[in-house]
Design a binder for this molecule. Structure first.
Ligand code: NAP
Length: 305
């Protein structure tokens, strides 16, 4: 039996539209209601046939759904929860895909008392936004972290887990604060560093912008992929995972100063030992199936004649 019969997706950007495509592929009999704040996005969703019903407002979209998934930026969760509160059917599960979990759990729990609120975060994405950027296989082989509140209904948690497994994801359960600390390390800090490096390089006066772009294959361009990620989404991530990110940033700054010292004092041993350790981490990511083993991320290198 399918875990849910009718899913309402609020926010039809990269993640929402990928979800709709993945549901269509994995559970074709599940009905999909969709809503997005943008009329342009709603029109595009209808044109692409991503939903059975595209509603002009969030309340209408959730009315007959047994699962509602909020796929909007973290800072917009409170407004959407207020929009849908009066229209939810009894026993509907309300979940989300936000990249931060403690603040989202708090906001949804407050706005939706008595509702089965079970926050989640599929750890899968790209640097693109909008309904055309989505694709059905986005969640395949990736982890979806579900963060059930302390008194969550175990049956509902299992139904939501099964829903994500059917989309090809692997499911882990953890508490929201722990999720936020883990993601601060694996996602939030790397994004902050990428935003910072790309910003610094583009501000340098003695090296021209065209040189930075021209010679970017030396490493810079790999940071630019991350630094091209959605500005609104990432603004909200840092505003909502402040403590964990600031704590980690303190650690990172100290480690960076240690590297600065090693370079200044010509401590090659310290540098080599760190770089050997980091190379092993790349190996474990590949062994876990979380990235390709192909050199240079599998980019095309046509034979030069
Ligand atoms: P996106 O492509 O920008 O899509 C978000 C969509 O939500 C936009 O179409 C936006 O419309 C709409 N929206 C904003 N406020 C709304 C509201 N109040 N009511 C209804 N719709 C609203 O962003 P995304 O990458 O899919 O991210 C969505 C969520 O997924 C975020 O919480 C993010 O943290 C999480 N997430 C993202 C990734 C990733 O790699 N991108 C990975 C995992 C989780 P407008 O454009 O008009 O504002």
């Amino acid at each position: 039996m399918l875990p849910f019969a009718r899913v309402a997706i609020i926010g039809m950007g990269l993640i929402g539209s990928s979800l709709a495509r993945a549901i269509r592929e994995a559970m074709p009999t599940v009905a999909i209601n969709a809503h997005d704040a943008s009329a342009e996005v709603r029109a595009r969703v209808a044109e692409l046939g991503l939903a059975d019903d595209v509603a002009d407002n969030a309340g209408t979209a959730v009315m007959d759904a047994d699962l509602v998934i909020l796929c909007v930026p973290v800072g917009a969760m409170a407004a959407v929860a207020a929009d849908i509160a009066a229209d939810l059917a009894p026993d509907t599960v309300v979940s989300d895909v936000g990249s931060v979990k403690e603040s989202v759990a708090r906001v949804l729990g407050t706005a939706l008392p008595g509702v089965h609120v079970i926050p989640a975060h599929p750890v899968a994405g790209t640097e693109k936004s909008g309904p055309d950027a989505g694709f059905a296989s986005l969640f395949k082989g990736r982890w979806c972290i579900i963060t059930p509140p302390p008194r969550a209904d175990a049956v509902m948690v299992e139904r939501l887990s099964e829903f994500w497994r059917r989309l090809g994801a692997r499911v882990d359960l953890m508490d929201a604060p722990h999720h936020d600390r883990v993601l601060a390390v694996t996602s939030h800090l790397p994004h902050l560093i990428a935003y910072s490096i790309v910003g610094t390089a583009s501000d340098l006066e003695e090296v021209t912008k065209s040189e930075v772009i021209k010679y970017s294959a030396g490493g810079f361009r790999d940071f630019t992929r991350i630094a091209a990620s959605d500005p609104v989404m990432w603004r909200d991530v840092f505003l909502n995972n402040r403590e964990a990110v600031l704590e980690l940033l303190g650690r990172f700054t100290e480690d960076l100063v240690a590297l600065q010292r090693a370079i200044r004092w010509g401590d090659g041993e310290a540098l080599e030992s760190l770089f050997t350790r980091t190379r092993a981490i790349r190996r474990s990511i590949i062994d876990e199936g979380q990235d390709t083993d192909k050199p240079d991320f599998g980019r095309d290198h046509p034979d030069a004649d």
